[in-house]
Design a binder for this molecule. Structure first.
Ligand code: ZN
Length: 262
């Protein structure tokens, strides 16, 4: 049985140490502290000091010192979990459901597994990133076209490197093959969101081959996970050959405000 560290700490702060100790010895206020005869050893002059603000007691005679839990444990012969219950009772604080050891271990294991998967997916994203960067440097006309486009947008080599801009070739499975070549696990590839599956789940393919040029790293220069790439980013590239001009020019009706029509 476990209580969270937070609860244990919070209860310690909420418990009135003076009220817990007073049944065992008379305490008198002295400055910020309270003084009394030590309940742990026999004495005539008070050398037992209680500091409610620090949540600590100390006897300058016998050296006994500690928190409200130590006091209750020592005085009533309780173990730590019993002391927590007793202090909660005195302080009138309801006890939370104790964390069951097994559940706690299970939850911990699950968290660790999840973290492992996340790390592996980040690694997959890294492979994808390198793949797209390599594609941008290739000699084929499409890659060349992409480099030209970057030039027209005024994106320098430094910026390209800093933002790790790459080129996703117009193919439904090139990234998938690259990931497989690196020995990536199929389930993990699907979980990564870098590829999609068709409806009857018989085929996997690269996701959004049209969204080619994008910033693929987050602020810490780690690859961004696929699900976080949804918004913002550069316009898909290249624009189909038969389309020119801005969207406002092509579809003026969509941008006309109602009062213009009057
Ligand atoms: Zn003492």
């Amino acid at each position: 049985m476990l209580y969270s560290d937070y609860f244990i700490d919070d209860l310690k702060n909420r418990a009135d140490l003076v009220r817990v100790i007073e049944p065992y010895t008379k305490l008198k206020k002295s400055g910020a502290n309270w003084m009394g005869c030590c309940p742990f050893h026999d004495e005539k002059t008070p050398s037992f000091s209680v500091s409610p603000s620090k949540g600590l007691y100390k006897c300058f005679g016998c050296g006994k010192a500690g928190t409200v839990y130590n006091f209750v444990m020592e005085m009533e012969g309780l173990n730590f979990p019993e002391a927590i219950k007793r202090v909660a009772e005195i302080a009138g604080v309801p006890l939370p459901e104790p964390v069951d050891d097994q559940n706690y271990e299970r939850a911990k294991k699950k968290r660790e597994e999840k973290k492992q998967i996340t790390d592996q997916i980040i690694e997959l994203n890294n492979i994808a990133l390198e793949f797209w960067e390599a594609e941008l440097k290739k000699k084929n006309p499409k890659a060349k076209n992409a480099r030209e486009y970057l030039k027209t947008r005024g994106i320098s080599d430094e910026t390209q490197q800093a933002f790790r801009i790459g080129f996703s070739p117009d193919s439904w499975d090139s990234l998938l093959s690259a990931l497989r070549e690196k020995g990536a696990d199929e389930t993990l590839i699907e979980q990564s969101g870098l590829v999609s599956q068709n409806e009857d789940k018989t085929k996997v393919f690269d996701r959004s081959p049209r969204k080619r040029l994008r910033r693929k790293t987050d602020r810490t220069k780690r690859p961004r996970l696929a699900k976080r790439r949804k918004n913002k980013g550069l316009r898909p590239f290249p624009r189909p050959d038969n389309v020119s001009g801005s969207r406002r020019e092509r579809q003026p009706d969509r941008f006309r405000r109602p009062r213009d029509g009057r």
